[in-house]
Design a protein around this ligand. Structure first.
Ligand code: HEC
Length: 111
């Protein structure tokens, strides 16, 4: 888990704007990919607050990264309300996984 995250971060930093922190890198990526047109970290916009997404799925294991990466690229509906999320096919599978890791990292640490 630790090693994998570090690898992902290393990749993201190499590709991204060279931001020093995971949070910043993830947020920059989310801004780049226009996620923040519909999402905010703390508050509901068109889509659910990313912190709430993190709270719902964090601590459920590594499979959640794949699940969320799939939802990011494929879109989804019904998990949070009536408004569907359109598929974000402009996001590469690697970026989708990195975004999913970042979103899950927004959850407050649990026991
Ligand atoms: C056009 C608006 C829009 C854009 C752009 C958008 N989202 Fe969403 N997103 C939504 C909505 C609406 C939902 C709630 C869907 C539902 O209820 O199942 C959602 C849900 C989600 C979820 C939770 C999925 C679940 O199954 O619980 C994640 C994670 C997410 N978005 C990440 C992203 C990321 C990352 C991006 C950028 C690549 C992005 N979104 C771009 C509107 C958007």
């Amino acid at each position: 888990m630790h090693l994998k995250s570090s690898l992902l971060l290393a990749v993201a930093c190499a590709v991204g704007a060279g931001a020093a922190h995971a949070q910043t890198t993830g947020l920059d990526l989310a801004k780049n990919k226009a996620c923040m047109a519909c999402h905010q970290v703390e508050a509901k916009r068109v889509g659910p607050p990313l912190k709430s997404v993190a709270e719902r799925y964090a601590g459920q294991g590594d499979a959640m990264v794949d699940y969320l990466a799939g939802k990011i690229r494929g879109g989804g509906r019904g998990a949070w309300g009536a408004v569907p999320m359109p598929a974000q096919t402009q996001v590469s599978p690697e970026d989708a996984r990195h975004l999913a890791e970042w979103i899950l990292s927004l959850a407050p640490a649990k026991q």
